[in-house]
Write a protein that binds this ligand. Structure first.
Ligand SMILES: *Cc1c(COP(=O)(O)O)cnc(C)c1O
Length: 223
């Protein structure tokens, strides 16, 4: 990450590592925390809830941010708002409405990133870029949602540099729609174990890393 930041003249302090601990044992999370990582990503509600309660009982001085990185079904919005500090997979207006309502009930404001779909892959979730403008103006009326930036995933390439145009596309959208937030540092979450260097070169300020930190996941293909 440092090398990639240096290549493009960016400051390392500008980039946050999100440790993606999905499917990994609690001990991995604990270890990450001990190494100073303060942002963790999970993709399943139930698993995150379990880890969160273990974390609260095992480590005092609770200071960790829980990010949901997996697809969120509307019927799980309530639980998601309860558990997570950050929802990175906001991808529809319907989900935004329900999250806003749940957050209101729970008396909190939920920070979110809009997951944007920069590729044509059928298997990926995310809002189509051409809908982002409308989406942001509609959700700006939701007082319990705080949209702080964008999240995206490039298609998988053996040669990671091939992901560059996808990251560039996300960065363009980010600049266009989030430049106005200047003060409170909007988030551009992109780059995973195999392509984070390219993502950092293209302007990511949050990278989501699982395998490169913790090793191969069991059933990696399912998540
Ligand atoms: C699993 C996952 C990651 C981490 O992937 P690795 O390749 O293990 O680094 C990042 N982002 C999302 C959305 C994920 O689901």
């Amino acid at each position: 990450m440092a090398r990639a930041a240096l290549r493009t003249d960016r400051s390392l302090a500008d980039i946050t590592i999100l440790a993606v601990t999905k499917t990994m044992p609690f001990s991995s999370l604990e270890e990450a925390w001990k190494c100073g990582l303060r942002h963790v990503g999970e993709s399943r509600i139930q698993e995150a809830a379990l880890k969160k309660s273990s974390f609260q009982t095992s480590l005092s001085g609770y200071d960790i941010n829980w990010h949901l990185v997996g697809h969120l079904q509307t019927n799980k919005a309530k639980k998601a708002v309860e558990i997570f500090d950050f929802i990175q997979s906001l991808d529809s207006l319907r989900l935004a409405e329900i999250l806003n309502r749940e957050a209101a009930v729970q008396g909190k404001v939920i920070p979110c990133l809009v997951e944007i779909k920069v590729s044509d892959e059928q298997t990926k979730f995310g809002l189509a870029p051409e809908h982002l403008d409308d989406f942001l103006s509609q959700t700006s009326l939701f007082p319990f949602l705080q949209i702080e930036g964008l999240m995206t995933m490039a298609p998988y390439f053996e040669e990671s540099h091939l992901a560059r145009p996808y990251f560039r596309r996300a960065k363009d959208l980010f600049d266009r729609f989030f430049a106005r937030f200047k003060g409170n540092r909007p988030i551009l979450s992109m780059g995973m174990s195999h392509d984070y260097e390219v993502a950092v070169e293209e302007g990511a300020n949050m990278i989501r890393i699982g395998t490169a930190l913790f090793g191969q996941r069991p059933q990696a293909d399912l998540l």
